[in-house]
Design a protein around this ligand. Structure first.
Ligand code: NAG
Ligand code: NAG
Ligand code: NAG
Ligand code: NAG
Ligand code: NAG
Length: 565
Protein backbone atom coordinates (compact mmCIF):
# COMPACT_ATOMS: atom_id res chain seq x y z
CA UNK A 1 0.00 0.00 0.00
CA UNK A 2 1.25 3.45 -0.84
CA UNK A 3 1.41 5.89 2.00
CA UNK A 4 -0.74 8.95 1.52
CA UNK A 5 0.81 12.38 1.54
CA UNK A 6 -0.61 13.02 5.00
CA UNK A 7 0.78 9.81 6.43
CA UNK A 8 4.18 10.61 4.98
CA UNK A 9 3.89 14.05 6.51
CA UNK A 10 3.01 12.56 9.89
CA UNK A 11 5.96 10.18 9.86
CA UNK A 12 8.17 13.03 8.84
CA UNK A 13 6.93 15.12 11.77
CA UNK A 14 7.43 12.28 14.27
CA UNK A 15 10.87 11.60 12.91
CA UNK A 16 11.82 15.25 13.10
CA UNK A 17 10.48 15.61 16.61
CA UNK A 18 12.84 12.85 17.61
CA UNK A 19 15.67 14.45 15.71
CA UNK A 20 15.01 17.95 17.06
CA UNK A 21 14.42 16.95 20.65
CA UNK A 22 16.33 13.80 21.40
CA UNK A 23 19.33 13.13 19.19
CA UNK A 24 19.55 16.59 17.77
CA UNK A 25 22.80 16.28 15.90
CA UNK A 26 21.24 17.67 12.77
CA UNK A 27 19.54 20.88 13.83
CA UNK A 28 17.31 21.34 10.80
CA UNK A 29 17.06 18.13 8.89
CA UNK A 30 13.81 19.22 7.23
CA UNK A 31 15.34 22.36 5.74
CA UNK A 32 15.33 22.07 1.94
CA UNK A 33 18.95 22.12 0.82
CA UNK A 34 18.69 22.16 -2.97
CA UNK A 35 19.80 25.34 -4.74
CA UNK A 36 16.72 27.35 -5.82
CA UNK A 37 16.26 28.16 -9.48
CA UNK A 38 18.17 31.16 -10.71
CA UNK A 39 21.31 30.76 -8.58
CA UNK A 40 24.43 29.87 -10.52
CA UNK A 41 27.17 27.88 -8.84
CA UNK A 42 30.47 29.73 -8.80
CA UNK A 43 32.55 27.14 -6.98
CA UNK A 44 33.70 26.13 -3.56
CA UNK A 45 34.74 28.88 -1.20
CA UNK A 46 38.41 28.71 -0.28
CA UNK A 47 39.17 27.55 3.27
CA UNK A 48 40.64 30.87 4.38
CA UNK A 49 37.73 33.07 3.33
CA UNK A 50 35.48 34.35 6.09
CA UNK A 51 31.88 33.54 6.79
CA UNK A 52 29.63 35.11 9.38
CA UNK A 53 27.32 32.62 11.04
CA UNK A 54 24.40 33.24 13.36
CA UNK A 55 23.88 30.87 16.27
CA UNK A 56 20.33 30.87 17.62
CA UNK A 57 20.75 29.92 21.28
CA UNK A 58 17.91 28.10 23.02
CA UNK A 59 15.77 30.56 24.93
CA UNK A 60 14.23 30.16 28.35
CA UNK A 61 10.57 30.64 29.30
CA UNK A 62 9.15 30.40 25.80
CA UNK A 63 5.89 29.09 27.34
CA UNK A 64 5.69 32.12 29.58
CA UNK A 65 6.41 34.38 26.64
CA UNK A 66 3.51 32.84 24.78
CA UNK A 67 1.15 33.22 27.77
CA UNK A 68 2.26 36.78 28.27
CA UNK A 69 1.64 37.62 24.62
CA UNK A 70 -1.89 36.23 24.88
CA UNK A 71 -2.53 38.39 27.98
CA UNK A 72 -1.12 41.69 26.77
CA UNK A 73 -2.92 41.33 23.40
CA UNK A 74 -6.33 40.33 24.79
CA UNK A 75 -8.55 43.39 25.32
CA UNK A 76 -10.51 41.48 28.00
CA UNK A 77 -7.44 40.82 30.09
CA UNK A 78 -6.32 43.06 32.94
CA UNK A 79 -2.87 42.86 31.40
CA UNK A 80 -3.99 44.27 28.05
CA UNK A 81 -1.42 46.76 26.77
CA UNK A 82 0.95 46.16 29.71
CA UNK A 83 3.91 45.78 27.41
CA UNK A 84 7.48 44.88 28.28
CA UNK A 85 10.63 46.77 27.48
CA UNK A 86 13.31 44.97 25.51
CA UNK A 87 15.30 44.70 28.74
CA UNK A 88 12.36 42.94 30.41
CA UNK A 89 12.00 40.62 27.43
CA UNK A 90 15.70 39.89 27.75
CA UNK A 91 15.43 38.87 31.38
CA UNK A 92 12.56 36.55 30.48
CA UNK A 93 13.98 34.71 27.47
CA UNK A 94 17.74 34.99 27.71
CA UNK A 95 19.47 31.61 27.46
CA UNK A 96 20.46 29.81 30.64
CA UNK A 97 24.00 30.24 31.88
CA UNK A 98 24.62 26.63 30.98
CA UNK A 99 23.53 27.22 27.39
CA UNK A 100 25.73 30.28 27.04
CA UNK A 101 28.66 28.49 28.57
CA UNK A 102 28.39 25.34 26.48
CA UNK A 103 28.07 27.28 23.23
CA UNK A 104 30.89 29.67 24.08
CA UNK A 105 33.21 26.89 25.13
CA UNK A 106 32.46 24.99 21.95
CA UNK A 107 33.17 28.05 19.78
CA UNK A 108 36.30 29.00 21.70
CA UNK A 109 37.68 25.50 21.50
CA UNK A 110 37.62 25.95 17.73
CA UNK A 111 39.30 29.33 17.96
CA UNK A 112 36.11 31.29 17.23
CA UNK A 113 36.39 34.47 19.27
CA UNK A 114 35.01 37.26 17.10
CA UNK A 115 31.38 37.10 18.18
CA UNK A 116 28.68 39.69 18.82
CA UNK A 117 25.64 39.06 20.90
CA UNK A 118 22.35 40.98 21.11
CA UNK A 119 20.63 42.55 24.08
CA UNK A 120 18.49 39.46 24.63
CA UNK A 121 21.63 37.29 24.43
CA UNK A 122 19.81 34.61 22.43
CA UNK A 123 21.77 35.13 19.22
CA UNK A 124 25.49 35.00 18.67
CA UNK A 125 26.95 36.21 15.43
CA UNK A 126 30.49 35.06 14.77
CA UNK A 127 33.10 35.50 12.05
CA UNK A 128 35.38 32.61 11.23
CA UNK A 129 37.13 31.06 8.30
CA UNK A 130 35.33 28.57 6.09
CA UNK A 131 37.73 25.93 7.33
CA UNK A 132 36.64 26.47 10.92
CA UNK A 133 32.96 26.69 9.94
CA UNK A 134 33.17 23.36 8.12
CA UNK A 135 34.73 21.76 11.20
CA UNK A 136 32.14 23.17 13.59
CA UNK A 137 29.26 22.23 11.33
CA UNK A 138 30.13 18.78 10.23
CA UNK A 139 28.78 17.93 6.79
CA UNK A 140 28.63 21.57 5.66
CA UNK A 141 30.50 22.58 2.53
CA UNK A 142 30.47 26.25 1.59
CA UNK A 143 29.99 27.32 -2.01
CA UNK A 144 29.43 30.65 -3.70
CA UNK A 145 26.33 31.27 -5.80
CA UNK A 146 25.33 34.18 -8.00
CA UNK A 147 21.99 35.60 -9.07
CA UNK A 148 21.38 38.93 -10.81
CA UNK A 149 24.74 40.29 -9.77
CA UNK A 150 24.28 39.29 -6.12
CA UNK A 151 26.56 36.65 -4.63
CA UNK A 152 25.98 34.58 -1.54
CA UNK A 153 27.77 31.83 0.33
CA UNK A 154 25.81 28.77 1.41
CA UNK A 155 26.43 25.14 2.21
CA UNK A 156 25.50 22.64 -0.48
CA UNK A 157 24.71 20.01 2.15
CA UNK A 158 23.18 19.50 5.58
CA UNK A 159 25.14 20.29 8.72
CA UNK A 160 25.19 18.77 12.16
CA UNK A 161 26.68 19.96 15.41
CA UNK A 162 28.24 18.11 18.29
CA UNK A 163 25.77 16.21 20.48
CA UNK A 164 26.67 18.27 23.53
CA UNK A 165 25.77 21.59 21.90
CA UNK A 166 22.81 20.54 19.80
CA UNK A 167 20.39 20.81 22.72
CA UNK A 168 21.51 24.38 23.30
CA UNK A 169 20.91 25.64 19.78
CA UNK A 170 17.76 26.11 17.68
CA UNK A 171 19.65 26.44 14.38
CA UNK A 172 22.66 28.01 12.76
CA UNK A 173 21.89 30.82 10.31
CA UNK A 174 23.89 31.59 7.19
CA UNK A 175 24.33 27.97 6.17
CA UNK A 176 21.32 26.66 4.26
CA UNK A 177 18.57 29.16 3.45
CA UNK A 178 18.77 31.11 0.20
CA UNK A 179 17.04 34.48 -0.01
CA UNK A 180 13.64 33.93 -1.62
CA UNK A 181 13.06 35.45 -5.02
CA UNK A 182 11.50 38.88 -4.79
CA UNK A 183 7.83 38.80 -5.50
CA UNK A 184 7.52 39.68 -9.11
CA UNK A 185 5.36 42.68 -8.55
CA UNK A 186 3.08 42.52 -11.53
CA UNK A 187 3.23 45.41 -13.88
CA UNK A 188 -0.15 44.91 -15.30
CA UNK A 189 0.09 45.80 -18.95
CA UNK A 190 1.19 42.24 -19.54
CA UNK A 191 -1.79 40.85 -17.63
CA UNK A 192 -5.00 40.15 -19.48
CA UNK A 193 -7.17 41.49 -16.69
CA UNK A 194 -5.97 45.01 -17.33
CA UNK A 195 -6.64 45.00 -21.02
CA UNK A 196 -10.37 44.91 -20.47
CA UNK A 197 -10.66 48.51 -19.45
CA UNK A 198 -8.52 51.54 -18.99
CA UNK A 199 -7.99 52.33 -15.36
CA UNK A 200 -6.96 55.54 -13.72
CA UNK A 201 -5.23 53.65 -10.96
CA UNK A 202 -4.95 53.75 -7.19
CA UNK A 203 -3.28 56.79 -5.64
CA UNK A 204 -3.20 58.02 -2.02
CA UNK A 205 -6.35 60.04 -2.76
CA UNK A 206 -8.19 56.90 -3.92
CA UNK A 207 -7.17 54.98 -0.82
CA UNK A 208 -7.99 57.79 1.55
CA UNK A 209 -11.41 58.17 -0.10
CA UNK A 210 -12.19 54.46 0.03
CA UNK A 211 -11.03 54.00 3.61
CA UNK A 212 -12.72 57.22 4.75
CA UNK A 213 -9.65 59.16 5.80
CA UNK A 214 -10.30 62.89 5.92
CA UNK A 215 -7.61 65.55 5.54
CA UNK A 216 -7.58 65.78 9.33
CA UNK A 217 -6.71 62.10 9.73
CA UNK A 218 -2.95 62.40 9.92
CA UNK A 219 -0.48 61.67 12.68
CA UNK A 220 -0.09 64.19 15.48
CA UNK A 221 1.58 62.34 18.38
CA UNK A 222 5.22 63.18 18.85
CA UNK A 223 6.37 59.65 19.68
CA UNK A 224 4.59 57.74 16.97
CA UNK A 225 6.54 55.83 14.34
CA UNK A 226 6.15 53.14 11.68
CA UNK A 227 8.55 51.14 9.55
CA UNK A 228 8.88 49.14 6.39
CA UNK A 229 11.46 46.36 6.20
CA UNK A 230 12.99 45.15 2.94
CA UNK A 231 15.32 42.26 2.37
CA UNK A 232 15.80 42.14 -1.36
CA UNK A 233 18.58 43.96 -3.12
CA UNK A 234 16.26 46.92 -3.43
CA UNK A 235 16.43 50.51 -2.38
CA UNK A 236 14.03 53.39 -2.18
CA UNK A 237 15.28 56.74 -3.38
CA UNK A 238 14.49 59.84 -1.33
CA UNK A 239 13.94 61.78 -4.57
CA UNK A 240 11.27 59.29 -5.70
CA UNK A 241 9.42 59.71 -2.42
CA UNK A 242 9.55 63.49 -2.70
CA UNK A 243 8.25 63.41 -6.27
CA UNK A 244 5.53 60.91 -5.39
CA UNK A 245 4.30 63.13 -2.59
CA UNK A 246 4.35 66.25 -4.76
CA UNK A 247 2.36 64.47 -7.49
CA UNK A 248 -0.11 62.49 -5.44
CA UNK A 249 -0.35 63.84 -1.92
CA UNK A 250 -1.52 67.44 -2.24
CA UNK A 251 -4.72 67.12 -0.21
CA UNK A 252 -3.35 66.07 3.15
CA UNK A 253 -0.46 66.89 5.45
CA UNK A 254 2.36 64.39 5.06
CA UNK A 255 6.08 63.96 5.44
CA UNK A 256 8.28 63.78 2.37
CA UNK A 257 11.33 62.24 3.98
CA UNK A 258 12.11 59.02 5.79
CA UNK A 259 13.14 59.65 9.37
CA UNK A 260 15.75 56.93 9.60
CA UNK A 261 17.31 54.29 7.39
CA UNK A 262 18.65 51.28 9.31
CA UNK A 263 21.00 49.15 7.26
CA UNK A 264 22.84 49.70 4.03
CA UNK A 265 21.12 51.75 1.36
CA UNK A 266 22.97 50.67 -1.76
CA UNK A 267 23.41 52.86 -4.78
CA UNK A 268 22.03 52.01 -8.19
CA UNK A 269 18.48 51.91 -9.38
CA UNK A 270 15.52 52.12 -7.06
CA UNK A 271 13.42 49.00 -6.69
CA UNK A 272 9.73 49.08 -7.45
CA UNK A 273 8.79 47.25 -4.27
CA UNK A 274 10.99 49.41 -2.07
CA UNK A 275 9.45 52.56 -3.55
CA UNK A 276 5.94 51.16 -3.21
CA UNK A 277 6.25 50.30 0.49
CA UNK A 278 7.60 53.66 1.58
CA UNK A 279 5.33 55.76 -0.62
CA UNK A 280 2.15 54.08 0.59
CA UNK A 281 2.81 53.63 4.31
CA UNK A 282 3.53 57.37 4.36
CA UNK A 283 0.28 58.12 2.51
CA UNK A 284 -2.14 56.37 4.85
CA UNK A 285 0.09 56.78 7.90
CA UNK A 286 0.55 60.41 6.88
CA UNK A 287 2.66 62.79 8.98
CA UNK A 288 4.02 59.83 10.98
CA UNK A 289 7.73 59.36 11.42
CA UNK A 290 8.79 56.46 9.16
CA UNK A 291 11.83 54.22 9.25
CA UNK A 292 13.19 51.94 6.57
CA UNK A 293 15.03 48.77 7.51
CA UNK A 294 16.91 47.87 4.41
CA UNK A 295 18.97 44.92 3.32
CA UNK A 296 20.53 44.31 6.72
CA UNK A 297 22.64 41.36 5.54
CA UNK A 298 26.09 42.84 5.10
CA UNK A 299 27.96 39.62 4.54
CA UNK A 300 27.52 37.08 1.76
CA UNK A 301 26.80 34.38 4.30
CA UNK A 302 24.12 36.25 6.23
CA UNK A 303 20.38 35.78 5.93
CA UNK A 304 18.92 39.27 5.57
CA UNK A 305 15.56 38.43 7.19
CA UNK A 306 17.30 36.87 10.16
CA UNK A 307 19.59 39.90 10.42
CA UNK A 308 16.54 42.09 10.77
CA UNK A 309 15.20 39.88 13.57
CA UNK A 310 18.56 40.26 15.33
CA UNK A 311 18.40 44.02 14.96
CA UNK A 312 14.99 44.09 16.65
CA UNK A 313 16.45 42.17 19.58
CA UNK A 314 19.28 44.65 19.83
CA UNK A 315 17.41 47.98 19.64
CA UNK A 316 15.43 49.20 22.64
CA UNK A 317 13.46 51.75 20.65
CA UNK A 318 11.97 50.62 17.35
CA UNK A 319 8.80 51.74 15.55
CA UNK A 320 5.40 50.49 16.69
CA UNK A 321 4.24 49.11 13.35
CA UNK A 322 6.35 47.14 10.87
CA UNK A 323 5.19 46.09 7.42
CA UNK A 324 7.04 43.41 5.53
CA UNK A 325 6.53 41.90 2.09
CA UNK A 326 8.58 38.79 2.37
CA UNK A 327 7.86 35.12 2.38
CA UNK A 328 9.00 31.66 1.49
CA UNK A 329 7.24 28.36 0.95
CA UNK A 330 6.45 26.88 4.35
CA UNK A 331 7.50 23.44 3.12
CA UNK A 332 11.00 24.65 2.23
CA UNK A 333 11.86 25.84 5.74
CA UNK A 334 12.83 23.76 8.75
CA UNK A 335 10.29 23.57 11.55
CA UNK A 336 12.98 24.45 14.10
CA UNK A 337 13.75 27.64 12.19
CA UNK A 338 10.11 28.68 11.83
CA UNK A 339 9.39 27.98 15.51
CA UNK A 340 12.29 30.16 16.49
CA UNK A 341 11.19 32.97 14.17
CA UNK A 342 7.78 32.69 15.84
CA UNK A 343 9.48 33.22 19.21
CA UNK A 344 11.02 36.37 17.74
CA UNK A 345 7.56 37.58 16.68
CA UNK A 346 6.29 36.90 20.20
CA UNK A 347 9.18 38.93 21.61
CA UNK A 348 8.09 41.82 19.40
CA UNK A 349 4.41 41.37 20.32
CA UNK A 350 4.99 41.59 24.08
CA UNK A 351 6.82 44.87 23.45
CA UNK A 352 3.68 46.30 21.83
CA UNK A 353 5.02 46.10 18.30
CA UNK A 354 2.65 45.20 15.44
CA UNK A 355 4.09 42.97 12.71
CA UNK A 356 2.23 43.00 9.41
CA UNK A 357 3.13 40.58 6.63
CA UNK A 358 1.89 40.48 3.04
CA UNK A 359 -0.10 37.28 2.44
CA UNK A 360 1.64 36.64 -0.90
CA UNK A 361 0.64 36.95 -4.53
CA UNK A 362 -0.09 33.35 -5.53
CA UNK A 363 -3.50 32.80 -3.97
CA UNK A 364 -3.60 29.44 -2.20
CA UNK A 365 -0.36 28.49 -3.98
CA UNK A 366 0.39 25.09 -5.39
CA UNK A 367 2.86 22.41 -4.47
CA UNK A 368 3.09 20.09 -7.45
CA UNK A 369 3.35 16.50 -6.33
CA UNK A 370 3.29 13.36 -8.45
CA UNK A 371 0.18 11.23 -9.09
CA UNK A 372 -2.27 14.11 -8.95
CA UNK A 373 -1.52 14.65 -5.27
CA UNK A 374 -1.09 18.41 -5.57
CA UNK A 375 -1.67 20.47 -2.46
CA UNK A 376 -1.93 24.18 -1.71
CA UNK A 377 1.28 25.84 -0.64
CA UNK A 378 1.18 28.16 2.37
CA UNK A 379 3.89 30.74 2.81
CA UNK A 380 5.81 31.73 5.93
CA UNK A 381 5.84 34.15 7.82
CA UNK A 382 2.33 34.82 6.42
CA UNK A 383 1.24 31.57 8.11
CA UNK A 384 2.70 32.49 11.50
CA UNK A 385 0.08 32.66 14.28
CA UNK A 386 1.96 35.65 15.78
CA UNK A 387 1.74 38.17 12.94
CA UNK A 388 -1.10 40.01 11.24
CA UNK A 389 -1.30 38.93 7.62
CA UNK A 390 -2.73 41.20 4.94
CA UNK A 391 -4.43 40.02 1.75
CA UNK A 392 -5.49 41.93 -1.36
CA UNK A 393 -8.63 43.26 -3.06
CA UNK A 394 -9.57 45.22 -6.15
CA UNK A 395 -12.44 47.58 -6.88
CA UNK A 396 -15.58 45.98 -8.24
CA UNK A 397 -15.83 48.80 -10.77
CA UNK A 398 -12.30 49.83 -11.68
CA UNK A 399 -13.45 53.28 -12.78
CA UNK A 400 -14.95 54.18 -9.44
CA UNK A 401 -14.28 54.08 -5.73
CA UNK A 402 -16.82 51.30 -5.30
CA UNK A 403 -16.89 48.30 -3.04
CA UNK A 404 -14.04 45.81 -3.08
CA UNK A 405 -13.86 42.23 -4.30
CA UNK A 406 -11.14 39.60 -4.03
CA UNK A 407 -7.95 40.25 -5.96
CA UNK A 408 -7.39 36.76 -7.37
CA UNK A 409 -3.70 36.85 -6.46
CA UNK A 410 -4.44 37.41 -2.74
CA UNK A 411 -2.44 34.86 -0.72
CA UNK A 412 -4.37 32.79 1.79
CA UNK A 413 -5.02 29.36 3.21
CA UNK A 414 -4.03 27.12 6.10
CA UNK A 415 -0.64 26.39 7.62
CA UNK A 416 0.57 22.81 7.54
CA UNK A 417 2.88 23.44 10.46
CA UNK A 418 1.20 25.74 12.97
CA UNK A 419 -2.00 24.80 14.73
CA UNK A 420 -4.94 27.14 14.56
CA UNK A 421 -4.57 29.72 17.35
CA UNK A 422 -7.47 30.12 19.79
CA UNK A 423 -8.25 33.66 18.73
CA UNK A 424 -9.43 32.54 15.28
CA UNK A 425 -11.07 29.17 15.95
CA UNK A 426 -14.69 30.30 15.91
CA UNK A 427 -14.22 32.59 12.89
CA UNK A 428 -12.54 29.88 10.83
CA UNK A 429 -15.02 27.18 11.88
CA UNK A 430 -17.87 29.45 10.83
CA UNK A 431 -16.24 29.87 7.43
CA UNK A 432 -15.68 26.13 6.99
CA UNK A 433 -19.31 25.43 7.87
CA UNK A 434 -20.58 28.18 5.58
CA UNK A 435 -22.56 27.87 2.39
CA UNK A 436 -19.80 28.39 -0.15
CA UNK A 437 -18.14 25.39 -1.74
CA UNK A 438 -14.66 24.51 -0.49
CA UNK A 439 -11.72 23.03 -2.37
CA UNK A 440 -11.19 19.25 -1.84
CA UNK A 441 -9.98 18.57 1.71
CA UNK A 442 -6.81 16.86 0.50
CA UNK A 443 -5.45 20.24 -0.65
CA UNK A 444 -5.17 21.89 2.75
CA UNK A 445 -5.05 21.24 6.46
CA UNK A 446 -8.17 22.75 8.00
CA UNK A 447 -6.71 22.53 11.51
CA UNK A 448 -3.82 24.86 10.74
CA UNK A 449 -3.39 28.59 11.31
CA UNK A 450 -5.58 30.22 8.68
CA UNK A 451 -4.70 33.49 6.96
CA UNK A 452 -4.93 36.36 5.99
CA UNK A 453 -6.40 38.34 8.87
CA UNK A 454 -7.46 41.41 6.93
CA UNK A 455 -6.94 43.00 3.52
CA UNK A 456 -6.73 46.19 1.48
CA UNK A 457 -6.58 47.17 -2.19
CA UNK A 458 -3.71 45.49 -3.99
CA UNK A 459 -4.39 46.29 -7.61
CA UNK A 460 -3.41 49.06 -10.04
CA UNK A 461 -1.27 51.33 -7.89
CA UNK A 462 0.73 54.31 -9.08
CA UNK A 463 4.33 54.27 -7.86
CA UNK A 464 7.20 56.67 -8.55
CA UNK A 465 10.43 54.84 -9.09
CA UNK A 466 13.66 56.23 -10.59
CA UNK A 467 11.73 59.50 -10.90
CA UNK A 468 9.15 58.00 -13.27
CA UNK A 469 5.51 57.54 -12.24
CA UNK A 470 4.54 53.96 -13.07
CA UNK A 471 0.93 52.74 -13.18
CA UNK A 472 -0.59 49.28 -12.74
CA UNK A 473 1.60 48.08 -9.91
CA UNK A 474 -0.13 45.27 -8.02
CA UNK A 475 0.40 42.86 -5.16
CA UNK A 476 -0.15 42.34 -1.46
CA UNK A 477 3.09 44.26 -0.99
CA UNK A 478 0.88 47.26 -1.75
CA UNK A 479 -1.97 46.41 0.59
CA UNK A 480 0.29 45.69 3.57
CA UNK A 481 1.83 49.17 4.01
CA UNK A 482 -1.62 50.69 3.43
CA UNK A 483 -2.99 48.75 6.41
CA UNK A 484 0.20 49.47 8.35
CA UNK A 485 -0.27 53.22 7.93
CA UNK A 486 -3.89 52.98 9.05
CA UNK A 487 -2.95 51.05 12.20
CA UNK A 488 -0.33 53.71 12.88
CA UNK A 489 -3.04 56.38 12.70
CA UNK A 490 -5.04 54.44 15.27
CA UNK A 491 -1.94 54.09 17.46
CA UNK A 492 -1.55 57.83 17.10
CA UNK A 493 -5.02 58.54 18.47
CA UNK A 494 -4.36 56.09 21.27
CA UNK A 495 -1.09 57.81 22.19
CA UNK A 496 -2.86 61.19 22.27
CA UNK A 497 -5.22 59.69 24.87
CA UNK A 498 -2.30 58.23 26.82
CA UNK A 499 -3.12 54.64 25.83
CA UNK A 500 -0.50 52.07 24.78
CA UNK A 501 0.01 50.91 21.20
CA UNK A 502 -2.15 48.17 19.65
CA UNK A 503 0.68 45.64 19.66
CA UNK A 504 -0.15 42.20 18.29
CA UNK A 505 -3.55 42.93 16.79
CA UNK A 506 -5.07 39.52 16.01
CA UNK A 507 -6.70 38.59 19.35
CA UNK A 508 -8.49 41.95 19.37
CA UNK A 509 -9.17 41.96 15.62
CA UNK A 510 -10.99 38.62 15.78
CA UNK A 511 -13.05 39.78 18.77
CA UNK A 512 -14.31 42.70 16.68
CA UNK A 513 -16.07 40.18 14.42
CA UNK A 514 -15.65 42.49 11.45
CA UNK A 515 -16.66 45.76 13.14
CA UNK A 516 -14.82 48.64 11.49
CA UNK A 517 -14.04 46.65 8.36
CA UNK A 518 -15.67 46.42 4.95
CA UNK A 519 -16.53 42.76 4.48
CA UNK A 520 -15.33 41.39 1.14
CA UNK A 521 -17.68 38.66 -0.05
CA UNK A 522 -17.06 38.24 -3.78
CA UNK A 523 -14.42 36.42 -5.79
CA UNK A 524 -11.97 33.55 -5.43
CA UNK A 525 -8.22 33.35 -5.48
CA UNK A 526 -5.78 31.27 -7.52
CA UNK A 527 -4.51 27.79 -6.78
CA UNK A 528 -3.29 24.67 -8.58
CA UNK A 529 -3.94 24.52 -12.33
CA UNK A 530 -4.91 20.86 -12.26
CA UNK A 531 -8.01 18.84 -13.14
CA UNK A 532 -9.39 18.73 -9.62
CA UNK A 533 -9.40 22.40 -8.68
CA UNK A 534 -8.80 24.05 -12.07
CA UNK A 535 -6.94 27.00 -10.67
CA UNK A 536 -9.47 27.97 -8.03
CA UNK A 537 -8.57 28.09 -4.36
CA UNK A 538 -10.83 29.53 -1.67
CA UNK A 539 -13.58 32.08 -2.20
CA UNK A 540 -14.47 35.14 -0.18
CA UNK A 541 -17.56 34.82 2.00
CA UNK A 542 -19.46 36.90 4.57
CA UNK A 543 -17.38 37.53 7.73
CA UNK A 544 -13.88 35.98 7.88
CA UNK A 545 -12.50 34.01 4.90
CA UNK A 546 -9.04 32.69 3.89
CA UNK A 547 -8.82 35.12 0.96
CA UNK A 548 -9.45 38.57 2.44
CA UNK A 549 -9.63 37.83 6.18
CA UNK A 550 -12.18 40.04 7.93
CA UNK A 551 -12.06 42.60 5.13
CA UNK A 552 -10.66 46.06 4.54
CA UNK A 553 -10.45 49.03 6.91
CA UNK A 554 -13.18 51.63 7.30
CA UNK A 555 -11.02 54.04 9.26
CA UNK A 556 -13.55 56.02 11.34
CA UNK A 557 -15.32 52.85 12.46
CA UNK A 558 -12.08 50.99 13.07
CA UNK A 559 -10.81 53.92 15.09
CA UNK A 560 -13.99 53.88 17.17
CA UNK A 561 -13.49 50.18 17.80
CA UNK A 562 -9.73 50.21 18.47
CA UNK A 563 -9.02 53.74 19.61
CA UNK A 564 -10.19 53.06 23.17
CA UNK A 565 -9.49 50.34 25.70
C1 NAG B 1 24.21 44.76 19.37
O1 NAG B 1 24.44 46.06 19.81
C2 NAG B 1 25.68 46.21 20.49
C3 NAG B 1 25.73 47.61 21.07
O2 NAG B 1 25.40 48.54 20.13
C4 NAG B 1 26.81 45.94 19.52
O3 NAG B 1 28.05 46.06 20.17
C5 NAG B 1 26.64 44.53 18.97
O4 NAG B 1 27.63 44.27 17.99
C6 NAG B 1 25.27 44.36 18.35
N1 NAG B 1 25.09 42.97 17.98
C7 NAG B 1 25.02 42.54 16.73
C8 NAG B 1 24.83 41.09 16.52
O5 NAG B 1 25.12 43.28 15.76
C1 NAG C 1 -17.21 55.37 4.66
O1 NAG C 1 -17.20 54.87 3.34
C2 NAG C 1 -18.34 54.16 2.94
C3 NAG C 1 -18.13 53.65 1.55
O2 NAG C 1 -17.14 54.31 0.88
C4 NAG C 1 -19.59 55.03 3.08
O3 NAG C 1 -20.72 54.30 2.75
C5 NAG C 1 -19.66 55.53 4.52
O4 NAG C 1 -20.77 56.38 4.66
C6 NAG C 1 -18.40 56.25 4.89
N1 NAG C 1 -18.42 56.82 6.23
C7 NAG C 1 -18.40 56.13 7.40
C8 NAG C 1 -18.34 56.97 8.62
O5 NAG C 1 -18.40 54.93 7.47
C1 NAG D 1 2.37 66.45 12.32
O1 NAG D 1 3.00 65.80 13.40
C2 NAG D 1 3.63 66.64 14.34
C3 NAG D 1 4.28 65.78 15.39
O2 NAG D 1 5.16 64.88 14.81
C4 NAG D 1 2.63 67.57 14.97
O3 NAG D 1 3.27 68.45 15.84
C5 NAG D 1 1.88 68.33 13.89
O4 NAG D 1 0.84 69.08 14.48
C6 NAG D 1 1.28 67.35 12.88
N1 NAG D 1 0.63 68.09 11.79
C7 NAG D 1 -0.71 68.12 11.64
C8 NAG D 1 -1.21 68.89 10.46
O5 NAG D 1 -1.48 67.53 12.37
C1 NAG E 1 -2.42 19.49 10.18
O1 NAG E 1 -2.00 20.55 11.04
C2 NAG E 1 -1.82 20.16 12.38
C3 NAG E 1 -1.48 21.37 13.19
O2 NAG E 1 -1.38 22.49 12.47
C4 NAG E 1 -0.74 19.11 12.46
O3 NAG E 1 -0.59 18.71 13.79
C5 NAG E 1 -1.12 17.92 11.58
O4 NAG E 1 -0.07 17.01 11.56
C6 NAG E 1 -1.39 18.38 10.16
N1 NAG E 1 -1.86 17.26 9.38
C7 NAG E 1 -1.46 17.02 8.15
C8 NAG E 1 -2.05 15.84 7.49
O5 NAG E 1 -0.67 17.73 7.56
C1 NAG F 1 6.84 60.19 24.44
O1 NAG F 1 8.20 60.13 24.83
C2 NAG F 1 8.47 60.77 26.06
C3 NAG F 1 9.96 60.74 26.28
O2 NAG F 1 10.50 59.48 25.98
C4 NAG F 1 7.70 60.06 27.17
O3 NAG F 1 7.91 60.71 28.39
C5 NAG F 1 6.22 60.11 26.83
O4 NAG F 1 5.49 59.37 27.79
C6 NAG F 1 5.96 59.53 25.48
N1 NAG F 1 4.57 59.66 25.13
C7 NAG F 1 3.87 58.68 24.61
C8 NAG F 1 2.46 59.02 24.29
O5 NAG F 1 4.31 57.58 24.37
Amino acid sequence: RNLSESEIFLYRVIFLLCVCLVHGEHLELDQVVSVPEGWLHEGRVSPLEEVELTFALKQQNVDKLQELLALVSDPDSQHYGKFLTLEEVASLVRPSQLTEKVVQTWLQSHGVTRCHTVLTRDFLQCSMTVQVAETLLSGAEFHRYRRDGQTIVRSSSQYSVHDDVSQHLDFVGGVLRFPPRGKEISKGWTGARHLKSFHLGVTPATLRARYNLTAADVGTAANNSQAVAQFLEQFYHPADLAEFMSLFAREFKHLTEVERVVGTQGGGKAGLEASLDVEYIMSTGANISTWVFTNPGRHESQEPFLQWMLLLSNMSAVPWVHTISYGDDEDSLSTCYMNRINNEFMKAGVRGISMLFASGDSGAGCRHLPKEQNVFRPSFPASSPYVTTVGGTSFKNPFKVTYEVTDYISGGGFSNVFAMPDYQVSAVKAFLKGKQSLPPESYYNASGRAYPDMAALSDNYWVVTNLVPIPWVSGTSASTPVVGGILSLINDQRFVKGLPSLGFLNPRLYKLQGTGLFDVTEGCHLSCLDDKVEGQGFCAAPAWDPVTGWGTPNYPDLLTALGKD
